[in-house]
Design a protein around this ligand. Structure first.
Ligand SMILES: [Zn+2]
Length: 306
């Protein structure tokens, strides 16, 4: 039985055709390849559907024209409800007004709580700086994941948690935090970030980690920036895979394509990868779209009660 789920959310990662504009096919990324059954993360990769390992493409367009965006895409991913239809079109980066009540009431956090998992068994690992909370207070600038966690009674982590090694900075190493927010903050390695996430996960049933530099790198169209981000993530996954226990399940997925096509600075309509690795992975073998992830996480950890 799956005892805990570690959910690593990557913003803006699709499965696109291999080629010169696709950093996933151009770079050697051993941990990414391991997560895809020894293949590069491209549209040509064969799906993997095994009891303890799934790697499948899932639809991020939800059948609606236009380019998928983070507000509606993440809302769909983290609730299992069709946020694109609720709003009428793709929208981002923040969840649109019509979708916010659904994110608050039906997120993976809220549904796990409704299914009997106590809020203190749920964790959102990212550290948010004070300026994020200022923007929330001044302009209601909730992101999908922060709104989801906060509404379900899951604490948002801050600078003090980061200083104690009980939260992850947005870039994993903390270099950006030190440069922009706090010169006294000591950056660490991706390996230490992965061990930190694994330690947090051990104390919780469900632990979410969010990474958005993938989307930023995609918008930049800069191959060097894309390579730096992907190599950093590869180091992180390499350690994380070794730190998981036999009853753990790692889920990795995204909200829309972007980084896999540096030929355009916009998002793409490509499917996104869904990786399930470890105990209970087989439950994700038939996932088809963003809507199919949260219900399976809830079923594994709360018996589908919610
Ligand atoms: Zn974007």
């Amino acid at each position: 039985m799956t005892e805990r789920v570690v959910f690593v959310f990557l913003d803006g990662v699709g499965l696109g055709p291999g080629g010169a504009d696709n950093p996933f096919s151009a770079l050697n990324l051993p941990a990414f390849e391991q997560l895809a059954g020894g293949q590069r993360w491209t549209a040509e990769a064969a799906p993997v559907r095994e009891a303890r390992h799934v790697f499948v493409p899932i639809d991020a367009t939800l059948g609606v024209d236009g380019l998928p965006q983070s507000g509606t895409g993440q809302s769909a991913l983290f609730t299992g409800e069709d946020a694109v239809r609720l709003h009428g079109r793709h929208f981002g980066p923040y969840p649109p007004t019509a979708v916010r009540p659904t994110v608050a009431a039906r997120s993976v956090f809220a549904r796990l709580v409704a299914g009997g998992v106590a809020p203190d068994r749920l964790a959102f690992a990212n550290a948010y700086p004070d300026r994020f909370f200022d923007a929330v207070e001044a302009r209601g600038r909730w992101t999908t994941t922060t709104l989801a966690a906060h509404s379900a009674g899951v604490r948002l982590r801050r600078a003090a948690d980061l200083a104690r090694g009980e939260a992850l900075p947005a870039d994993l190493t903390g270099e950006t935090w030190a440069r922009l927010l706090d010169p006294d903050h000591e950056p660490t390695t991706e390996a230490e970030a992965a061990r930190r996430l694994a330690r947090l996960a051990r104390r919780h049933a469900f632990t979410l980690s969010e990474y958005f530099l993938t989307d930023k790198a995609g918008h930049s169209r800069d191959p060097d920036r894309a390579a730096a981000v992907l190599r950093s993530l590869d180091r992180f996954f390499d350690t994380l895979l070794g730190a998981l226990g036999p009853a753990d399940l790692l889920v990795v997925t995204s909200d829309h394509g972007n980084l896999e096509d540096l030929g355009t600075k916009t998002h793409t309509r490509h499917p996104v990868p869904l990786v399930a690795w470890g105990d209970g992975a087989g439950a994700f073998a038939d996932a088809r779209s963003l809507l199919d992830v949260t219900p399976r996480v809830v079923a594994l950890l709360a018996g589908g009660a919610a």
